[in-house]
Ligand binder design. Structure first.
Ligand code: GLV
Ligand code: MN
Ligand code: MN
Length: 415
């Protein structure tokens, strides 16, 4: 595989990434692309066009997961999959997910230009709603594909405005039974996702490629607190049932539980805190918290979940505030397939890239693809480990290395 040919491709991918980044609900350089928004639909159309231009056969399922196939010489064989997502959380950058989609497409185009003839088809997958922004649950498309989320559970999902998944997907042009999104084991022979690390280790160690061996276990709990509102001046402190001060106790207890788990791998975040009525001179009567708790060890993560539940019970009793905690998801970790990891390692070496094995602390659609296929992930560095921020950055060299190693890996797996 000529690196000169690859360099040309990287310039093209950088331009495509920049074009995609401008399809945003926010002013550039901020990327916000919530699933089924106008921006998401434009971005889908743009990427689909690129896939068609590359000669791929595109189809979409009932929730908008998009499959772009480069047909192999043996159509009877299950394809090798690659891909990621193009939705982006509010105030995001331009590389999360998009590097795996446009980089995956570029890996296919590089192989095409080199005259490679895959035996297995290679299928690029663009997953719907990897990010939990709209429906409160991450990896919506891949959860449905893996059968981890049932059609009935998916139909119950609503966004903050009360619009249901069914209404929103239909408006976006996706119809048909959600049950049909589920794939059987064997539909994909293997699956590999290219992604930025979203952590600092590769850059710190000066390593080109991360070979992901495990994906940490994510969980999310939605907590509703119902206290008693009132006048901020007139109502004296004794006997108040302030939902926000109760929530503050939960937030700090969760942080303490994660910090004292005994492992640096336990992380907990409260990223959403909605306060009602949200007036400076009114005691908060209602609060909604959305929490995110993760660990490489599912059992240790579950101990933090148990502490959170116990704290909810204790604070509710002591403060006279009603607290209900709903487990949105508590997924087990995933283990990557050793044979694919070895293939990626050999590809990295053949490409002249340094690599190391590592854990993904972020979740990815691959966490769910692991339920129905052997999987692995390739990481490239990102500056300062920064992600989920507009200043997220991956250099052209890093992106080029990722595409090069992905192309070699796909060539091996599809042969
Ligand atoms: C994915 O976006 C994650 O939050 O890990
Ligand atoms: Mn993300
Ligand atoms: Mn991502």
């Amino acid at each position: 595989m000529e690196s000169a040919g690859l360099k040309l491709g990287v310039d093209g991918v950088l331009a495509e990434l920049a074009t995609l980044a401008k399809i945003s609900e926010a002013e550039p350089p901020v990327v916000t692309r919530v699933v089924f928004s106008e921006a998401d639909l434009h971005a889908r159309a743009y990427v689909k066009r690129l896939c068609i231009d590359a000669g791929l056969t595109v189809h979409e399922d009932a929730v908008g997961n998009t499959f772009a196939r480069w047909a192999g010489s043996d159509p009877g064989l299950a394809p090798v999959g690659t891909g990621s997502h193009i939705d982006a959380i509010p105030n995001a950058g331009m590389y999360d997910g998009c590097v795996g989609v446009l980089g995956g497409l570029e890996a296919i185009r590089v192989l095409q230009k080199l005259g490679f003839k895959p035996r297995r088809s290679i299928e690029l997958v663009i997953f719907t709603a990897e990010e939990p922004t709209r429906f409160g649950i991450g990896c919506l498309g891949s959860r449905l594909m893996a059968g981890v989320l049932t059609a009935a559970q998916a139909l119950a999902l609503r966004d903050k405005e009360g619009h249901g998944l069914d209404e929103l997907r239909a408006r976006a042009g996706f119809t048909g039974s959600l049950a049909s999104v589920a794939l059987t084991t064997g539909r994909f022979h293997q699956f590999v996702e290219l992604h930025i690390e979203q952590g600092p280790l590769l850059e710190q160690d000066g390593i080109d490629i991360g070979l992901v061996t495990h994906i940490a276990a994510p969980a999310s709990v939605r907590i509703m607190l119902e206290g008693e509102g009132g006048h901020a001046g007139g109502k004296l402190m004794p006997g108040r049932k302030d939902a926000l001060t109760a929530a503050a106790e939960l937030i700090l207890a969760l942080e303490a539980a994660a910090k004292s788990s005994g492992a640096i791998d336990t992380v907990a975040t409260v990223g959403v805190c909605d306060v009602f009525p949200g007036a400076v001179n009114s005691i908060p009567s209602r609060v909604r918290l959305e929490t995110d708790i993760r660990d490489t060890d599912g059992t240790r993560r579950d101990r933090v979940l148990a502490v959170l539940q116990a704290t909810c019970n204790e604070v509710a009793l002591r403060r006279g505030v009603a607290i209900s905690a709903e487990m949105v998801n508590a997924d087990p970790p995933a283990t990557c397939d050793p044979a694919i990891v070895t293939a990626m390692e050999e590809a990295a070496k053949a490409a002249g890239k340094t690599c190391k094995r590592m854990v993904s602390r972020a979740y990815h659609d691959t966490l769910f693809m692991a339920r129905i296929a052997p999987v692995a992930m390739l990481f490239i560095p990102c500056r300062g480990g920064v992600s989920h921020r507009p200043d997220e950055y991956a250099s052209p060299e890093w992106i080029g290395s990722g595409i090069h190693v992905l192309a070699r890996t796909l060539a091996t797996l599809a042969s």
